[in-house]
Design a protein around this ligand. Structure first.
Ligand SMILES: NC(=O)c1ccc[n+]([C@@H]2O[C@H](COP(=O)([O-])OP(=O)(O)OC[C@H]3O[C@@H](n4cnc5c(N)ncnc54)[C@H](OP(=O)(O)O)[C@@H]3O)[C@@H](O)[C@H]2O)c1
Length: 257
């Protein structure tokens, strides 16, 4: 039986990964800040699918939190075969509206934690000659969209670069770039979503199924929906000024919309 560690497992995309991987018979290590929610998720997945689900409470915006997960990933007696770096959040507002402490927290969770956890996991995976890492980025990585987009662009570049370096090692690395997904993300950030058209919303379970298919096919970048694939193709050709205008109006306004 293989083991998968998922950060941000208790809600949204992380919870969809947990449901799907448990259904497929993987043991799980569930990571987030809310211990009670983690415990009830672990019990539910164990009862439904008969898998072992460990709970690891960690705040990935802190050095201790990242170190605790690094330690678990480096455990050679109880190895992790698949790492899903998924924990993340949004900050409401444009540059200079967002307090610097929140900008730095985002870089820590989206970049430092992803770098350190990937390194901790891949060291053992490479020596065993097998393993996988999915780093959840966003289509915002391809748009001029503040610190959020910049941090997700780092995730894409880092992951694709590391995937190249690991070619032939048996370790797969993939950046996953979802479009809008109905999760707790926007509500937690206090972002209105009223101006986002219905067709742009993706289902978390379908997204995860497509992402795991892409990982199995050995892709280093996954944009799991044909509509977003087409959109991102158009983005490559569109002027940056136009993209900046559209991007800054979508889901970043203050107050309800
Ligand atoms: N939803 C979208 O439209 C969308 C689109 C593209 C990309 N994404 C990306 O997808 C990923 C998951 O987002 P989501 O939409 O599923 O969000 P979500 O529903 O808000 O879930 C976020 C998860 O991350 C955990 N988390 C947040 N901050 C954390 C921290 N400091 N340390 C540890 N765990 C933390 C939360 O649990 P606790 O609060 O208990 O810690 C929760 O389990 C993020 O990286 C996000 O950027 C989302």
């Amino acid at each position: 039986m293989t083991t998968a560690l998922i950060t941000g497992s208790t809600a949204g995309i992380g919870a969809a990964f947990a449901r799907r991987l448990a259904r497929d018979g993987h043991n799980l290590v569930l990571v987030a800040r809310d211990t009670e929610r983690l415990q009830s998720q672990a019990t539910e997945l164990h009862d439904l699918h008969g898998i072992e689900a460990e709970v690891l409470t960690a705040d990935l915006a802190t050095d201790e939190g990242i170190a605790a997960v690094e330690k678990r990933l480096s455990d050679t007696r109880n190895v992790v075969d698949l790492l899903i770096n998924n924990a993340g959040f949004g900050n409401k507002g444009r540059f200079l509206d967002v307090p610097m402490a929140d900008e730095l927290k985002m870089l820590r969770v989206h970049c430092e934690a992803v770098l350190r956890l990937t390194a901790a996991a891949v060291a053992g995976m490479r020596s065993r000659g097998r393993g996988g890492v999915v780093n959840v980025a966003s289509v915002a990585a391809f748009l001029p969209r503040g610190t959020y987009g910049a941090s997700k662009a780092w995730v894409v570049q880092f992951t694709q670069g590391a995937a190249k370096d690991l070619q032939g090692s048996g370790v797969r690395m993939m950046a996953l770039c979802p479009g809008f997904v109905r999760t707790e993300f926007h509500q937690r950030a206090g972002m209105g979503t009223g101006n986002i058209p219905g067709w742009m919303w993706l289902d978390a379970d379908k997204l995860v199924a497509a992402a795991l298919g892409d990982l199995a096919r050995g892709k280093s970048l996954s944009i799991p929906d044909p509509r977003y694939k087409a959109l991102m193709g158009a983005v490559k050709l569109a002027p940056r000024g136009l993209l900046g205008g559209i991007s800054s109006r979508t889901g970043r306004k203050y107050g309800p919309q």
